[in-house]
Design a protein around this ligand. Structure first.
Ligand SMILES: [Zn+2]
Length: 210
């Protein structure tokens, strides 16, 4: 089971690496729902994420995630402490913190240009992030971290990318006979003077036979 899960994770990571250039060190935005769940399950996120992804991993937070956790009072105190130990992404909401899920969505944007992973237990946020191509999602299944299969929009964009790569050659194909004809014509034209030169060749040879 464990081996199979690792194999799955490797396949999914390979997909994200090849199609979206997501590679080590992995940057994982960890939200409050994930942290709270992790604490309940006694999962040490900072240790478990690199194990799961089999590579250098930096868990990250934002000021908004922290603000939301702080607003929950005592029940989120542990999560606040853990989150404070994470690298803090400058989210641009310093003056006016927004909800954690809105903040995360804004960091991801339309293309996930900064190549974040998102670790969340929030089904709504997950649903919204699935519509953005190229966002690897992590969740806890009990105490077991899992990397979600690439979403439909992610797979669609990857497929389009592949087709684009193949595209130009398909597009050039109709031109090929034309190009070939031009080449043949060029060769034919070049052949005539060449033939003449060839005839004259021995006369102007730089190394005449003694
Ligand atoms: Zn923010």
């Amino acid at each position: 089971m464990r081996v199979k899960r690792h194999k799955n994770h490797r396949r999914i990571l390979r997909f994200f690496r090849l199609t979206f250039g997501i590679q080590e060190p992995y940057h994982v935005l960890v939200d409050g729902t994930f942290l709270t769940h992790a604490l309940q399950q006694r999962v040490h996120v900072k240790e478990q994420l690199p194990k799961m992804l089999e590579g250098r991993t930096t868990p990250m937070t934002t000021g908004c995630i922290l603000a939301e956790l702080r607003s929950l009072g005592d029940r989120a105190l542990g999560a606040v402490v853990v989150s404070k130990g994470y690298y803090r992404v400058k989210c641009g909401h310093d003056e006016n913190p927004v909800g954690a899920s809105q903040c995360i969505r804004e960091q991801i944007g339309k293309t996930n240009a900064r190549r974040f992973f998102v670790a969340t237990q929030d089904p709504d946020l997950r649903l919204q992030l699935r519509s953005v191509p190229g966002v690897p999602l992590i969740r806890l299944n009990g105490p077991v971290p899992q990397l979600e299969e690439p979403s439909e929009s992610t797979r669609r964009l990857a497929k389009e990318g592949e087709e684009r790569k193949r595209g130009p050659s398909d597009w050039e194909k109709p031109k090929l006979p034309e190009l070939k004809a031009k080449e043949v014509l060029k060769e034919a034209l070049a052949a005539k003077p060449k033939a003449k030169r060839k005839k004259k060749g021995p006369a102007v040879s730089p190394n005449p036979k003694p």
